[in-house]
Design a protein around this ligand. Structure first.
Ligand SMILES: NC(=O)c1ccc[n+]([C@@H]2O[C@H](COP(=O)([O-])OP(=O)(O)OC[C@H]3O[C@@H](n4cnc5c(N)ncnc54)[C@H](OP(=O)(O)O)[C@@H]3O)[C@@H](O)[C@H]2O)c1
Length: 298
């Protein structure tokens, strides 16, 4: 029996992970899942699940739960993912993105931790980046995620760091992601200013969840980039999304990063090279058009 703990289980990636693990459980019956998040259980009306509603900042409250559960794998999706928010609320960014990982590493009752990080650990001067490229974050979110990576790398634990970027998909009560935010606003006929000079590979969170579960079961340790197959600017992503969902692309105004005045600095040529993951995994990493099709009922 594999015992799997998912933190941040009510978030976008967390929900896809739990759903995918459930589908594996339905076939193999050898997985026991414990989901943790500070939000309400989003799966409550769909299926029964061991779900602990807890604030991971007050870590002592869940340490005994983890000790009792003795996970084989922890998928750590809990994070402070608001990139601009991290600049304004550095304490919260430190607590969730760094201290939580430190606390988890002090628990000895799990075998392997799978932690999610970001292309924002790079400065964006010459992306997309490979796993071996030098890190140099330009914003606080990226800095905290890099610190979390270092904690894992300096530990003697069995770990996998999965870097990803621009997650999209649907989930119950999840915060809007770039694609759902655009669809929602274009449906309301709102004008949007979308950046032409920030590049990443948009990643369907369901595809990442499947690939992450496969990667966790390999012997691969260290950093692995798992992301979508297309390297695109936000503006290109916006246009493709508008076309796919039959929305008015004339509402999308191109704008350069310098003019938009976002709170946090962001890497411009960010994004991730995914050759290692392609070689390692059977799960095919899909492009934007395929991901958008999987969101057709949004
Ligand atoms: N989204 C992206 O584009 C992206 C890109 C690169 C890497 N990543 C990484 O991928 C991982 C998953 O991202 P995601 O987009 O799925 O994030 P998400 O939707 O923001 O989910 C994070 C979850 O953690 C929960 N959480 C926050 N504070 C908590 C606390 N104190 N105690 C317990 N739970 C708490 C959140 O609850 P609340 O919503 O109630 O706060 C949320 O349900 C993160 O590590 C992120 O850094 C994401």
């Amino acid at each position: 029996m594999r015992r799997v703990l998912v933190t941040g289980a009510a978030g976008l990636l967390g929900q896809y992970l739990v759903n995918f693990l459930r589908s594996v459980e339905a076939v193999h019956k050898d997985i026991s899942i414990l989901a943790v998040d500070k939000a309400n259980n989003p799966f409550e009306s769909s299926f029964e699940l061991d779900y602990l509603q807890a604030d991971l900042i007050s870590f002592d409250s869940i340490k005994s739960t983890i000790d009792n559960f003795k996970p084989d794998f922890i998928f750590n999706c809990a994070a402070y993912t608001d990139v601009d928010g991290c600049e304004k609320n550095k304490q919260l960014a430190d607590a969730l993105n760094v201290r939580l990982v430190k606390n988890l590493l002090e628990i000895h009752s799990f075998k392997k931790i799978i932690h999610f990080s970001t292309d924002y650990v790079f400065n964006g001067l010459n992306g997309p980046y490979s796993e071996e490229d030098d890190t140099d974050p330009v914003g606080y979110y990226g800095l905290t995620k890099l610190q979390s990576e270092r904690l894992l790398q300096n530990s003697r634990r069995y770990f996998l760091i999965i870097r990803t970027n621009v997650l999209y998909g649907t989930g119950k009560n999840v915060r809007p992601n770039f694609i759902t935010w655009m669809i929602d606003n274009l449906r309301k006929n709102k004008n949007l200013q979308i950046i032409t000079d920030q590049f990443n590979n948009p990643t369907y969170a369901g595809n990442l969840a499947q690939a992450a579960i496969e990667a966790a079961q390999t012997d691969y340790t260290g950093v692995l980039h798992i992301a979508g197959a297309d390297y695109l600017s936000r503006y290109q992503i916006a246009l493709k999304t508008a076309v796919h969902f039959n929305l008015n692309s004339e509402l999308i105004e191109p704008i350069r990063t310098q003019k938009l005045g976002q709170e946090a600095r962001r890497p411009l040529f960010g994004g991730l090279k995914i050759d290692k993951a392609k070689n390692l995994l059977k799960t095919r990493l899909i492009g934007l058009n395929e991901g958008l099709k999987l969101m057709d009922n949004y």
